[in-house]
Design a protein around this ligand. Structure first.
Ligand code: RB5
Length: 141
């Protein structure tokens, strides 16, 4: 599976850890940022959201300090379901119920270990469909 990943300066270290952890398992396209220099999270959220929408069966991962800036921005794109996830159970439900296509991690409020467990829970879970698909179909304005 192709994964588009992006972060701002607050999430750049966790981004590297995620890519390293899943190296060889997933194909990553890293949309930046690539240093600790201060940047604007929407630039990376838009880049990842557009790539996910243009590539069937791909997934996005976005990381900033709280996760909120990335989630708010990515969810401006119709068809993006970006879920802020800080625990494995939240991530599993983001897949099972919301079929999230972008997982957002709050780098300043989650350990690397918990972030990796959270992502793994997302990967290990299937979308349930049924009534959840009906609800997803009502999201776009
Ligand atoms: C950057 O300082 C911080 O505002 C950003 O990483 C994020 O938390 C925004 O939502």
């Amino acid at each position: 599976m192709k994964i588009f990943i992006g972060s701002d300066h607050a999430g750049v270290d966790l981004k590297s850890a995620v890519i390293k952890h899943y190296e060889g398992k997933f194909e990553f396209e890293d949309k930046g940022t690539f240093s600790h220099d201060s940047v604007d999270y929407p630039d990376f959220a838009h880049a990842v959201a557009e790539s996910v929408l243009n590539n069937a069966d791909s997934l996005g991962i976005l990381i900033c300090g709280t996760g909120n800036g990335m989630a708010i921005t990515a969810n401006k794109h119709a068809g993006i379901r970006a879920a802020l996830c800080w625990a494995p159970e939240i991530a599993a439900l983001a897949k099972q119920h919301n079929n999230a296509n972008i997982v957002v991690l709050p780098a300043r409020f989650i350990s690397t270990e918990n972030a990796l467990l959270t992502l793994q829970a997302y990967f290990d879970t299937e979308f349930e469909g049924g009534r959840h698909q009906r609800r997803i179909d009502k999201i776009n304005l």
